[in-house]
Unconditional design. Sequence first.
Length: 175
Amino acid sequence: DDRYNYSKEYLLTQIVTALGGRAAEEVAIGRITTGAENDLQRVTALARQMVTRWGMSEKIGTISFSERGSPFASGGETGAPSDYSETTAEAIDDEVDHIVSSCHARAVELLQTHRPTLDRIAQELRRNEVIDSNQLQEIMRETGAVIASPQSLPQGVPQVITPPVGTSPLRPEVE
């Protein structure tokens, strides 16, 4: 991607999108799995950067903090960096949690609102295992979902949606 400057709204939308799989599990099958591990790591890291690097937190303010270091790197015992206190670290953690939790709630809300679309996508994935962007747009038209203008993907990235190997979008995994 050639973009280097992202708005707060864009980043929040990226977090909502990344949490869509976890939210779909909750909405469609009523339970969560370990499948969202990487998504959770990515959204937590992004939310932390929003708060600590880019000053995108009203609670913390427009300030940039260094990353928390290892106690072994500095020779100290606590691992806390010199530029902020444990109280500030807790406030940062609270704000990161707030961002991720709010975006998760938004993802759940969107999927509940557009449940017919979610069910239709899941049905198509069960049948064909792959959905391309044209099929997705057709499903959205059929179910009355609003189609936003697509963001351009970097060159070489296929516009295909597939479920994780060995999983079903709506049916619980075999235990």
